[in-house]
Unconditional design. Sequence first.
Length: 403
Amino acid sequence: MKKLITIGLLISTLTGSSQVNTFLIARNTGQYPLYNGDTIRVFGFTERLKDEVNIPGPTLYYNEGDSVTIDLWNVSQGAPHTIHLHGLDVDQANDGVPHLSFDVAHMDHGFYRFKAPHAGTYLYHCHVVSTLHVQAGMYGLIIIRPPNGSFNTWAGGHAYHSEQNWMTSEVDTNWHKDGVLNHNHNIGGGIMRVEIPEYRPQHFLVNGLSEQQLTDSSTALLSSVNEEVYLRIANIGYYGNTFHFPSSYHARIVSSDGRPLPQLERSDSLRVFPGERYGVLLKAISEFIDSVALDYFNLNTAAVVNTQWIPAQVAGFFSTPELETTPLSVYPNPATDDIRINTSDFKPSNWQLMNAQGRLYNVTVNAVADGIYELNLAELAPGLYYLNAIGRNQIKGAAIIKK
């Protein structure tokens, strides 16, 4: 199954603060395949009318300090929707709770404006009949990087080489039937009553995947020896999660709910409750093949009802020096084919290109003039990528949008 996380933003400049405009479409007519071949009806967010609804929705990336406008266009055939910016410090008018701010009616646009707060991991989801609309699939991640977009957990925080996003949830197929999803959408009184079955999920998801699907590159944990991986974890489900990491990763928990912990915690296990987000640094000093065990537990009984096994592999040797990344000049950006890279102030000895999920690509960067290099992106899928130019005592990096 081809997967999953896409990027939903337009950026005027990728270093420093900027005006960032994001366009999202709310819809309620999606069909989503499960690991066993069954298909369920879902609601969700997409970036284009021709896109299929995915679980989760597009991941939204910003830099700390950016002035952000999210344009939500609702094409949901009469159902109102909102975007709740879960964990972000925004004012009430832009918080997405319908009776405290506004809802977006069918074929209307709603605009959410905020300044991107502290670098960290956040959520967005619909807050109309949120219990049902979240289960239906109306959610995604918001990731805010340091002001210069560098590979650091936050400004002055921990440097890392690559990152991985895990968003957990569950599916009760009985909640995805027309008789439940086609509820009364009249919210004139501010409160709606919707009859739903008792919640008994049969599917337990990471990035919308489960069971054998977890080998997908968007979810499987693939890295190299000595590579510092920043794992962002968010739970949007209704069950609790306990992650059990192989001890070889030397896991360090460094952030919670978009803020640094007072001191990092070394632990091979992490418990995450609904709505929580954590940042975990992983670094292995030797090769291994293992898995991360993920227990889903009932909040009422504390009983573990399912365990998913996320593949984990460390291979080869990662030689990048552990240095803070500084901005790299790249143009044009966004780009469709060739980009030019200006490194006039230092001479790179190595290059790395990775996607937003931390997958590394073999690329050839050609020198075209003194301090000017060229990289062809034609064979890459559209999305967000990160390019590192590595010198003897310096790393320069840039985020690149491939159109």
